[in-house]
Design a protein around this ligand. Structure first.
Ligand SMILES: *[C@@H]1O[C@H](CO)[C@@H](O)[C@H](O)[C@H]1NC(C)=O
Ligand SMILES: *[C@@H]1O[C@H](CO)[C@@H](O)[C@H](O)[C@H]1NC(C)=O
Ligand SMILES: *[C@@H]1O[C@H](CO)[C@@H](O)[C@H](O)[C@H]1NC(C)=O
Length: 383
């Protein structure tokens, strides 16, 4: 069984970026289609879980027990920016050093990994994530969020995560939430940030947040081939965020694990071996592909944590795909409308408003919002 996500689209974020310019010109001419919410919805309900029960999501670890950020210690530029961005958002990270190729040795790798045939930076990336999972287990954290150093997020991530938690509880049928575990602990992986994710091909249950101002239009991101067509028929793909049990995902800009999830993933990816980059390997676990034991994954689409690249030459962007590409790109933030990093000067300066990355382009996203007045919409369980 192969997941129906368009992995080609999500693996090539760079191409998506390159297309943005063209899309902008196109969208200028094609601005015909009007926003069409609310459609008629057959079976939906709004969960009664109160904000009070989810208050800890507003704390300085976003309601997780801990937050790690992974990055090469040499990339001081990326550390500076993530530290400031997290600080203006109101959360803190503990840095874990990325792993350089020169520090890998063949005899330490699981059977099946071969340093001469697999790109060492891909193995270094895998190792850094395995180290993070080790730390979650060592410290007995019930939950932890793991970020990569170029992660970016919406200025309203705290209220988005609160609704994400409400979505997970609704999908699981939980009506009571412990303040100490606002996302619950009865899952293995929350694929909060990545390029894309997807449900089982025949999954009928999902949580929808319609008319979400923080959702970029499909002109600005890859279209979604994951769910049943009926999902998009009930809620316009353009402006809805979907939350669901995920069977696939890609890119690891930001994900959360429970202690149970950390043990399962570390066992499958480090004691055993899956021959794939770390994100594809975790995706195989979410899908229970082959004879693998399936893990319990949830995700939003579009994902809530994206990736940021400063204006400048492309060779500076990645520490995994090593290139000498001198081509210059604009400042880019993937999957986000009110990007924290693109608004960093306003946020650090204490200004009351932030800008949408693409201005007034989408009718459901104001071009500028007042942080204080921003209210994230509530979602519905559809089953
Ligand atoms: C790695 O691959 C090379 C080239 O195919 C081969 O010669 C070597 O024996 C392999 N090493 C291991 C540990 O499998
Ligand atoms: C934030 O909330 C979580 C969940 O209740 C808790 O485990 C964590 O210790 C809190 N973090 C801080 C810094 O208060
Ligand atoms: C989805 O349902 C159809 C019709 O029942 C079935 O033929 C198909 O195999 C199912 N797909 C998956 C991935 O289970």
């Amino acid at each position: 069984m192969t997941p129906r996500i368009d992995f080609k689209a999500c693996r090539t974020v760079q191409i998506v970026f390159a297309l943005c310019g063209a899309y902008f010109i196109l969208s200028f001419f094609l601005k015909g289609e009007q926003f069409a919410w609310p459609p008629s919805i057959p079976h939906f309900s709004q969960p009664s879980i109160r904000n009070g029960a989810l208050d800890h999501i507003l704390n300085e670890t976003l309601g997780f027990q801990h937050i790690y950020a992974i990055g090469l210690k040499e990339r001081t530029d990326k550390r500076d920016f993530l530290t400031v961005a997290a600080s203006v958002t109101g959360f803190k990270v503990e840095w874990l050093d990325g792993v350089l190729s020169k520090d890998l040795q063949q005899k330490s790798l699981p059977k099946g990994y071969n340093l001469t045939t697999v790109q060492p930076t891909i193995i270094g990336c895998w190792r850094a994530h395995m180290n993070a999972l080790n730390r979650v287990i060592e410290n007995s954290y019930s939950t932890a969020l793991i970020l990569e150093d170029d992660a970016d997020w919406d200025v309203g991530i705290k209220s988005q995560l609160r609704e994400f938690a409400r979505g997970i509880h609704s999908l699981k049928g939980n009506t009571k939430v412990s303040k100490q575990a606002p996302y619950g602990t009865d899952w293995d992986l929350l694929w909060i940030g990545g390029c894309a994710s997807g449900p089982h091909a025949n999954q009928t249950q999902f949580y929808a947040i319609p008319d979400d101002p923080t959702v970029p239009s499909v002109q600005r991101r890859a279209t979604w081939s994951g769910p049943l067509d009926s999902w998009k028929e009930q809620f316009p793909e353009d402006s809805t965020r979907f939350i669901y049990r995920a069977e696939a995902g890609c890119c690891t800009f930001g994900y959360a694990v429970t202690s149970r999830g950390a043990k399962k993933i570390l066992t499958a990816l480090a004691i055993e071996h899956i021959e794939a980059p770390v994100d594809n390997a975790m995706s195989e676990l979410c899908g229970g592909l082959g004879d693998r034991q399936q893990i319990d994954c949830f995700a939003p689409f579009p994902n809530l944590i994206g990736t940021y690249r400063p204006a400048g030459p492309a060779y500076r962007d990645s520490d995994i795909a090593i290139t000498s590409d001198q081509s210059i790109h604009e400042e880019q933030s993937y999957n986000l409308v009110y990007s924290t990093r693109r608004n960093i000067h306003r946020l650090v300066g204490g200004e009351p408003t932030v800008f949408a990355q693409w201005g007034e382009e989408s009718p459901w996203s104001p071009g500028e919002i007042r942080l204080q007045d921003f209210v994230y919409p509530r979602g519905y369980l559809v089953s």
